[in-house]
Design a protein around this ligand. Structure first.
Ligand SMILES: [Zn+2]
Length: 342
């Protein structure tokens, strides 16, 4: 591939990037802004520092009533940016968080019933340095989940230890581990899962991708596949699928670097930042369908109430909310509007 470009303004800085940039600084600004809002269902902790002393953030989103250590709680654990070049995964992750902290009725119900844990950037040094796939020390971290080293892979070490701690805790049930990635050759959003000899377990695992497909027009079941290739043994999805409780569902969620094709039109639609964030919102609201099916949450509210985009304004390089909180006015969500393509 080649292209011609004219640098027509001498005092401008031009940048070329593979996809929409999402830097470590951008994440820190985003999380700082969320913290300032003092939401009682949102907390941010420092899980560890990286080799170059950057933050490994852990976000918890749940109703404050779920803080009681005596109650049994269900945990959904989401991670992103273990591969630093895969910026779309950060937009998906931000959409996921934005939805869960919103006043959308589905988000409220999910917070009341589930504890959401998010590690939004598993490889902060790699992201800061502009690496495509590796950490500072040259490791592809998504091949080192089996035995992460506290000095060579501190972020994996801390994240895996935390998950194992949750797994041992009698009061916590880790239902999901989902690692967000971006794919450079395939289109659409899709999932990788594990295969098991136990048919029941295998079938249980295919439920969530089907529900997500019903909610996200860019999600492809055709690209979704379950495997146990030797080359993927050190990935988060494979390793945790082997060491978490048998009832935990472990997936990699991939999203294309470039476009998606919908079944209705067959036309390739280029992904935008908003398109990636929308996939994150759809991922979040799919948990209401799953937990209704599992009998954990009763019939209301419905995920057919479609979350609308959150508007951001650009302030230098910072992204801030235009409103203090995204508004989900019920009037916007009548099915009549949905049918009209709103
Ligand atoms: Zn990846």
């Amino acid at each position: 591939m080649s292209f011609a470009f004219i640098f027509d303004r001498e005092d401008d800085v031009y940048q070329f990037s593979y996809c929409y940039p999402y830097s470590y600084t951008r994440l820190q600004n985003y999380l700082d802004n969320l913290e300032k809002r003092n939401m009682d269902y949102f907390s941010r902790e420092l899980l560890c520092l990286t080799v170059q002393q950057r933050r490994l953030d852990l976000i918890t989103i749940t109703h404050p009533d779920n803080q009681d250590p005596e109650d049994t709680k269900r945990v959904v654990f989401v991670t992103a940016r273990v591969h630093p070049g895969e910026t779309p995964s950060s937009f998906v992750c931000q959409g996921f968080i934005d939805f869960l902290i919103s006043n959308h009725p589905v988000a409220k119900t999910l917070r009341e019933n589930i504890v959401f844990k998010v590690v939004p950037m598993l490889n902060p040094d790699g992201v800061y340095l502009g690496n495509y796939r590796c950490s500072l020390m040259g490791f592809d971290l998504n091949r080192h989940w089996q035995e992460p080293s506290p000095w060579a892979h501190p972020t994996l070490y801390a994240t895996k230890n935390l998950l194992m701690e949750y797994d041992r805790d009698q009061k916590l049930v880790v239902d999901f581990f989902i690692d967000l990635h971006a794919h450079s050759t395939l289109m659409n959003g899709f999932m990788y899962g594990n295969t098991f000899d136990d048919i029941d377990r295998y079938e249980r695992q295919s439920v969530f991708p089907k529900l997500l497909c019903a909610n996200a027009e860019d999600f492809s079941l055709a690209n979704t596949n379950f495997n146990r290739d030797a080359v993927k043994a050190g990935t988060g999805r494979r390793t945790l699928g082997g060491c978490l409780d048998d009832n935990a569902h472990c997936y990699t969620l991939e999203v294309s670097f470039y476009s998606y094709q919908t079944s209705s039109t067959g036309q390739a639609m280029p992904y935008t930042e908003e398109g990636y964030m929308k996939l994150g919102r759809n991922l979040a609201r799919t948990f209401i369908d799953y937990y209704k099916l599992a009998g954990v949450i009763s019939a209301k509210p419905s995920s057919s109430i479609v979350p609308k985009p959150i508007t951001y304004r650009r302030d230098r390089n910072l992204q801030e909310r235009s409103n203090s909180e995204p508004q989900y006015d019920d009037k916007h969500f009548h099915s009549k509007h949905d049918r009209n393509g709103r």
